[in-house]
Design a protein around this ligand. Structure first.
Ligand SMILES: COc1ccc(S(=O)(=O)N2Cc3cc(C#N)ccc3N(Cc3cncn3C)C[C@H]2Cc2ccccc2)cc1
Ligand SMILES: [Zn+2]
Length: 319
């Protein structure tokens, strides 16, 4: 039977996440906390329930993760600043209309300090590089209105080195194409107005090949379907105006089948344990498919489109 979206259950699931402080899993995921708050808040906003979590408590948490020495945000109080948590912090503050709390000059300095000679970005001072961190840097600088501080040519040159013959992109130059890296490279190029760097027909064919008979999308050939790829693949197709190249009805049914209709939340595939990561990326996929009663999500920034419009950063993405 075709399940519909049980939004009230997902709202309750996300609200309850903050209550499980006495469980080991809560403490094991401390390194993810800032990202998890961004995932939870964005999921609530997409469902039209942005007020379901306490605004002041959330802003206080974000500011408690400020790393004074680095001039950026860590994932948890007393954690070192990292590119992933710094972007999530900026996105949370923007969605809570509290961007004025950010020391923009220090954060911009932190972000630019992580660009490597090759043009790729590291996640933190320890140096692991990945096109994911390049996307975080471009996204954060553009939300802060500081893209003029970026060496765009050097950044685009690195993305070009990551482009493969299948039209896709990998985590570093020479790495195999993977849907999550395709998203970060296409979205970064979109922000920089350099989508001319993409071999669009070849890439959109590769992306459409991600859809399996069960309607779900995988991240690479021969891999299993997974709800989070609904966002990675669909946002890239949306940016390139080719959502019609996959079967929307079958993908929608797959995402809805991965809901936990007892306790709420969405899992990576039907029957697995839900988590906040797959909940937001399943909802984001449904929003990009135009699922009724969901708020429009911007495919590049993975935030409600209204916030991106307000900053004058919304491009005219074709569906
Ligand atoms: C459950 O084992 C894990 C494994 C890794 C991680 S992680 O490295 O922190 N991370 C974030 C993440 C968060 C949650 C949640 N809640 C669940 C999974 C998941 N993955 C793993 C995953 C998702 N689909 C398939 N896989 C294997 C992605 C990963 C990388 C990532 C980080 C930030 C932004 C995007 C992607 C967390 C939990
Ligand atoms: Zn997944």
């Amino acid at each position: 039977m075709s399940t519909s979206l049980v939004a009230p259950l997902h709202v309750a699931y996300i609200r309850a996440l903050g209550d499980s402080k006495n469980e080991l899993s809560y403490h094991l995921s401390a390194h993810l906390r800032m990202n998890a708050v961004y995932w939870g808040l964005t999921a609530l906003l997409v469902m039209g329930h942005g007020d379901a979590l306490d605004r002041d408590e959330m802003i206080d948490f974000v500011m408690s993760c400020w790393d004074e020495e680095a001039g950026a945000f860590g994932a948890h109080p007393d954690h070192d600043a990292h590119m992933l948590s710094t972007l999530s912090a900026i996105q949370i503050l923007l969605m809570q209309n509290a961007l004025h709390r950010v020391d923009v000059d220090r954060v911009v300095k932190f972000i630019l300090s992580l660009q490597q000679p090759s043009g790729v970005f590291a996640g933190d001072a320890f140096g692991e590089t990945d096109t994911r961190f390049l996307y975080c840097a471009v996204n954060a600088l553009s939300l802060l209105g500081k893209l003029d501080k970026l060496d765009v040519e050097k950044t685009v040159a690195y993305i070009r080195r990551c482009r493969n013959f299948d039209g896709g992109f990998g985590a570093v130059a020479g790495a195999e194409s993977h849907a999550a890296q395709v998203f970060v490279c296409v979205a970064a190029l979109a922000i920089l107005d350099r989508l001319d760097e993409v071999d669009q027909p070849t890439l959109c064919w590769w992306l459409s090949e991600r859809q399996l008979p069960n309607g779900g999308l995988n991240g690479r050939p021969e891999k299993l379907e997974d709800v989070c790829y609904s966002f990675w693949v669909l946002s890239a197709l949306s940016i390139l105006g080719k959502i019609a190249w996959i079967d929307s009805g079958k993908l929608e049914a797959f995402i809805l089948s991965a809901q936990d209709t007892e306790s709420g939340g969405i899992a990576d595939r039907p029957g697995d344990m839900p988590d906040v990561f797959h909940t937001i990326f399943g909802l984001a996929g449904l929003s990009l498919l135009g699922y009724p009663a969901l708020v429009d999500l911007d495919p590049v920034y993975c935030m409600p489109a209204s916030f991106i419009e307000k900053l004058g950063l919304r491009k005219g993405w074709k569906a």
